[in-house]
Design a protein around this ligand. Structure first.
Ligand SMILES: Nc1ncnc2c1ncn2[C@@H]1O[C@H](COP(=O)(O)OP(=O)(O)O)[C@@H](O)[C@H]1O
Ligand SMILES: [Mg+2]
Length: 505
C-alpha cells in the first residue's frame, strides 16, 4: 500500500474513533439528561396534585377524596402530554383513577403500575423513587400487562404523608408516568442529528487526513527525488529544511551527506587530474633524455658523428643517463618519504657548520648567475634532524634561489626559537604569484612551464621532496613570495621531543 494511503488510514481511524466515542458519550449523557428532566417534571406534577387535589381525613389520617374538578382538568391536560398518574392509599390499593374512562387507554388498559415490596418500603421511609422505562399499564379486561413497547413509561413514585403539627403519617403514594414514546422521539431526533454530524465529520476527517498525509508524503518524496538526483551524479542538489522535526533532520543529514559526497567527488577528480598530470610529466621528463641518447646512438650507428665529437657525445649520454637515474631515484625517494617508508636517522649536530659548507659549495653556481650569498648564522646552531636529509632540504631551497634569481643577493639567516632551529633563505629573483605558491609542493610542478629543463636539469621534484622531509621531521616549511620581488623560504626543525611527525597526504 502506498505511504499516503497508510497515513490517511491511520489519521482517518484515529479521527473516526474519537468522533464515535464522543458521539456515544454524548448520546448517553443526553439520554440521562432527558430522563432526569422528565423525572423532575413528573415530580413537580405529583407535588401539585398532592397539594391541590388530595383530601385527607384528619381523624383516620387517610386519603379520602379528591378535588374532582381539579383532577378532571389536570388529567385531561396531562393526558394530552401523554402523562398519567394514579394514587395509592396506605394499603397500596389504587384509589384513583376510580371513574371509568377518565384515565383509561384506548386499548382498554389503564395506568396503574404495580409497586414492589421494596419500593413500597422506600416510600414509607419518605423516599421518592424514579423508574427507568418499564411496562406500567394494566389491562382492565385481562388484568395482565400489555407488553407492547409503545406503552412503556418512565415513572416517579412520590410518597404521601399527612402532616399535622408534629404528627406525620404515611397515607399512600402517587405514581406518575410519562410515555417513553415521547422521550424516544426526542432521543431519535438527537441520534439523527448526531448521525448527520458523524457523516459530515467523517467526510471532513477524510479530507483532513488526505491533506495531512499528502503533506508529509510530499516531503518524503522530495527527499526521494533528491536521492535519485544524487544517485545520477548531481551533487548540487539541496533539500530545504526548517529544522523542526525528524523529516527536517533527515533533510539536514541528507544535505550533509551530499556535501561530503560532493567534496569526495571533487577530491577524486582532483586526484585523477593529478595522476594524469604526473604520468604526463613523468613521461615528458624521461622522454627528453631518452630522445637525446637515442639521437646520439643513431648518429654513432650511422657514423654521422665526427671522431673528435664522439668523446663529447658519450659524456652527453652519460649525463642524460645520470639524469634519468636521478629522476627515477628521486621519484622512488619521494614515494618512500610520502608513505613513511624511510627511517630518519636523527642526530644532534651544528647547523651553522652545515650552512657554511653549503654556501661554499654553491658559491660557484651562484657566481654563474651573478648571484652572491650573504650568510648570517649564530656561532653554533643546534639542530635535531637526519643530517643528510637536512642537507638535502636546504640544498634544494638554496639551489632554487640561485636558479630563479639573477644578479641578486641570496640572504641565508638562521636562528633558534621555541625548541626549534629556524633557517630562512631569501632571494631577490623572479618570485611567484599566490596561485603558483599554492602548487609548488606538488610533484613535477613548475611555476612557469617554459622554464622546464633548465640548465640544472631540474624536474619539479625538489620542493615536493623537501616538503615531505620537513613534515616527517615534524617541522614546517613556509614560503612568502611576490612576483619580481623575490621569494623567502622558512624552514623549521623542532628539537627532540617536539618533532612528532605530522602525517599528511
Ligand atoms: N626561489 C624561487 N623563486 C621563484 N620560484 C621558485 C623558487 N623556488 C621554487 N620556485 C618554483 O617552484 C617550482 C618547483 O620547484 P622545485 O620543486 O625545486 O622544482 P624545480 O627546481 O625542479 O623546478 C619551480 O619550478 C619554480 O617555479
Ligand atoms: Mg629545484
Amino acid at each position: 500500500m502506498k505511504l499516503i494511503y497508510q497515513q490517511m488510514l491511520a489519521f482517518f481511524a484515529v479521527i473516526i474513533t474519537v468522533i464515535v466515542v464522543l458521539g456515544f458519550a454524548f448520546i448517553r449523557t443526553t439520554k440521562t439528561m432527558i430522563y432526569q428532566n422528565s423525572w423532575q417534571q413528573l415530580q413537580q406534577y405529583a407535588t401539585s396534585i398532592e397539594k391541590e387535589a388530595i383530601r385527607y381525613n384528619t381523624r383516620t389520617k387517610k386519603v379520602v377524596g379528591f378535588n374532582q374538578q381539579f383532577l378532571n382538568d389536570g388529567t385531561a391536560i396531562l393526558r394530552d402530554q401523554n402523562i398519567h398518574f394514579s394514587v395509592y392509599d396506605a394499603t397500596k390499593k389504587v384509589v384513583y383513577p376510580t371513574t371509568m374512562g377518565l384515565n383509561s387507554m384506548p386499548s382498554g388498559s389503564f395506568y396503574a403500575p404495580s409497586i414492589s415490596g421494596a419500593d413500597w418500603r422506600k416510600l414509607k421511609q419518605n423516599k421518592t423513587i424514579t423508574k427507568s422505562p418499564h411496562v406500567s399499564f394494566k389491562s382492565r379486561n385481562h388484568d395482565r400487562p400489555v407488553n407492547t413497547p409503545a406503552l412503556r413509561t418512565i415513572d416517579v413514585l412520590v410518597p404521601l404523608f399527612y402532616k399535622n403539627g408534629t404528627t406525620k403519617k404515611f397515607v399512600g403514594a402517587i405514581s406518575i408516568g410519562s410515555f417513553e414514546q415521547t422521550l424516544q422521539a426526542n432521543e431519535q431526533q438527537i441520534e439523527n442529528n448526531l448521525f448527520i454530524a458523524l457523516l459530515v465529520s467523517g467526510i471532513a476527517a477524510l479530507l483532513l487526513s488526505y491533506i495531512l498525509a499528502r503533506y508529509s508524503v510530499r516531503r518524503i518524496n522530495r527527499l526521494r527525488y533528491a536521492t535519485h538526483s544524487v544517485a545520477s551524479g548531481d551533487f548540487d542538489i539541496h533539500v530545504d529544511s526548517n529544522h523542526k522535526d525528524e523529516i527536517d533532520d533527515l533533510a539536514d543529514d541528507f544535505n550533509g551527506m551530499v556535501s561530503s559526497l560532493r567534496a569526495s567527488n571533487e577530491e577524486i577528480k582532483r586526484q585523477e587530474k593529478r595522476r594524469r598530470e604526473f604520468m604526463a610529466d613523468a613521461a615528458h621528463e624521461m622522454r627528453t633524455p631518452l630522445t637525446t641518447i637515442n639521437g646520439i646512438l643513431e648518429g654513432l650507428a650511422y657514423d654521422a658523428i665526427p671522431e673528435e665529437d664522439k668523446a663529447h657525445s658519450i659524456v652527453l649520454m652519460q649525463n642524460e643517463t645520470k639524469r634519468l637515474i636521478r629522476l627515477v631515484n628521486e621519484n622512488l625517494d619521494y614515494e618512500k618519504i610520502r608513505t613513511g617508508q624511510i627511517a630518519l636517522n636523527k642526530t644532534n649536530f651544528d647547523g651553522a657548520e652545515v650552512l657554511h659548507n653549503l654556501v661554499e659549495q654553491l658559491t660557484k653556481k651562484a657566481a654563474a648567475a651573478e648571484d652572491q650569498f650573504s650568510l648570517t648564522v649564530p656561532e653554533t646552531l643546534p639542530v635535531w634532524a637526519d643530517y643528510d636529509r637536512f642537507v638535502q632540504v636546504l640544498f634544494n631551497i638554496m639551489q632554487n634561489a640561485i636558479q630563479f634569481s639573477q644578479k641578486g643577493t641570496i640572504v641565508v639567516t638562521a636562528s633558534r626559537s621555541d625548541h626549534a632551529a629556524v633557517i630562512a633563505v631569501q632571494d631577490h629573483g623572479i618570485g611567484m604569484t599566490p596561485e603558483q605558491v599554492k602548487n609548488i609542493w606538488e610533484r613535477y610542478y613548475k611555476a612557469d612551464p617554459s622554464r622546464k629543463n633548465t640548465k640544472y636539469g631540474e624536474s619539479g621534484l625538489g620542493l615536493a621532496i623537501s616538503h615531505q622531509l620537513v613534515q616527517q621531521h615534524g617541522g614546517t616549511i613556509e614560503v612568502e613570495s611576490e612576483p619580481d620581488q623575490g621569494t623567502r623560504f622558512t624552514v623549521t626543525f623542532p628539537d627532540e621531543g617536539f618533532d612528532k611527525p605530522i602525517i599528511e597526504d
